[in-house]
Write a protein that binds this ligand. Structure first.
Ligand SMILES: NC(=O)c1ccc[n+]([C@@H]2O[C@H](COP(=O)([O-])OP(=O)(O)OC[C@H]3O[C@@H](n4cnc5c(N)ncnc54)[C@H](O)[C@@H]3O)[C@@H](O)[C@H]2O)c1
Ligand SMILES: O=C(O)C[C@H](O)C(=O)O
Length: 356
């Protein structure tokens, strides 16, 4: 059946609204379509993902599009963000998705955001350490954080880009220089270490990983990843062999994936899952939910180091409370000393990068 005159006029108008008539019009097309869709948006938080077209960025964007706490989702990348945005915008969930491409659109991507998640940067290949990524990723994180300081200085930042042990201090220095630093709102994402620890411990205990909670403290690289197996919930005991196996597997979980991917990247899907879980915890904290406790690499006074990953309680203003390390056994105390030595160097490297 042919549509009526009025119906075909409405279809033509809608088609003109949604389709870029030519390449030069593409930017305006995105803006127009966003305006149109924003009218139906649900109340909630505004979230930006920087590096949204990458291996982590894409599945993370999908998971955040599915999060009912998100009303507006800004997807920024230096490549391919229009395609990812168009794709996700067809999901019939509440969040309005807008795409932003390249440095000239960074400020628009960030303005008004409540939470900024940063997975931008290069991943490891076999044989590399996370620190080998510093050369490229340090500059990327600096530029993006300068944008955050300018356009959404009150946003909570979830930093994923490696080496996290150095990129979080870099972000802190950028914010200090801009006069916007709020240590309660800068959180390095170490949730994947906890997810791995829960999974591997559950395998050893023969129980469901959803019933396991392993605190993982320190940082996010090799020996700085310190699982506290003496504090596993539910309370469990392990043989010395199990402790050696679990500690090694948790500390090298990232390398296990890098090697299995054989040069095509590092953990993306499990990381997107972990980042979405952590972002959801941050949003629930910002909403005012009680009892939101997560491990995260943050500015901290729990040890003598200026940054350290421990359990933190997240509330309306970001981090409400830094939970203490708790009692450590001898094996963990030795691990802590090793972790602190490497962390101190990584922190200093990040700080010097901004203040050189
Ligand atoms: N914290 C963690 O637990 C954890 C876990 C896994 C990966 N990572 C790290 O996350 C980062 C991203 O990993 P990936 O697998 O998604 O990499 P990827 O290469 O697949 O994606 C990175 C994305 O960042 C974009 N990008 C590069 N420069 C940018 C800039 N200046 N502004 C905005 N976007 C930019 C790229 O275009 C790309 O789309 C890596 O540094 C990786 O080591 C961290
Ligand atoms: O191992 C990597 O390089 C990526 C990430 O930090 C991870 O732990 O999987």
């Amino acid at each position: 059946m042919q549509p009526s005159g009025e119906a075909s006029r409405r279809i033509a108008k809608l088609a003109a609204h949604l389709r870029p008539p030519n390449l030069q019009m593409e930017e305006k097309w995105w803006l127009r379509r966003s305006d149109c869709r924003a009218k139906g948006g649900a109340p909630g938080f505004k979230v930006a993902i920087l590096g949204a077209a990458g291996g982590i960025g894409q599945p993370l964007a999908m998971l955040m599009k599915m999060n009912p706490l998100v009303s507006v989702l800004h997807l920024y990348d230096v490549v391919n963000s229009p395609g990812v945005t168009a794709d996700l915008s067809h999901m019939d969930t509440g969040a309005v998705v807008r795409g932003f491409l390249g440095q000239p659109q960074l400020e628009s991507a960030l303005t008004g955001m409540d939470l900024v998640i940063i997975p931008a940067g290069v991943p490891r290949k076999p044989g590399m350490t996370r620190d080998d990524l510093f050369k490229i990723n340090a500059g990327i994180v600096r530029t993006l954080c300068e944008g955050v300081a300018k356009c959404c200085p009150n946003a909570v930042v979830n930093l994923i880009s490696n080496p996290v042990n150095s990129t979080v201090p870099i972000a802190a220095e950028v914010f200090k220089k801009a006069g916007t630093y709020n240590p309660k709102k800068l959180l390095g994402v170490t949730t994947l270490d906890v997810a791995r620890a829960n999974t591997f411990v559950a395998e050893v205990l023969g129980i469901d990983p959803r019933d396991v909670n392993v605190p993982v403290v320190g940082g996010h690289a090799g020996v700085t990843i310190l699982p506290l197996l003496s504090q596993v919930n539910p309370p469990s005991s392990f043989t010395p062999e199990e402790i050696a196996y679990l500690t090694d597997r948790i500390q090298n979980g990232g390398t296990e994936v890098v090697e299995a991917k054989a040069g095509t990247g590092s953990a993306t899907l499990s990381m997107a899952y972990a980042a979405a879980k952590f972002a959801d915890a941050c949003l629930r904290g910002l909403r005012g939910d009680a009892g939101i406790v997560e491990c995260s690499y943050v500015a901290s006074q729990v040890t003598e180091l200026p940054f350290f990953a421990t359990k933190v309680r997240i509330g309306r203003q970001g981090i409400d409370e830094f939970l203490p390390l708790g009692p450590l056994n001898e094996f963990e105390r030795a691990g802590l000393e090793k972790a602190k030595k490497e962390l101190a160097e990584s922190i200093q490297k990040g700080v010097s990068f901004i203040n050189k």
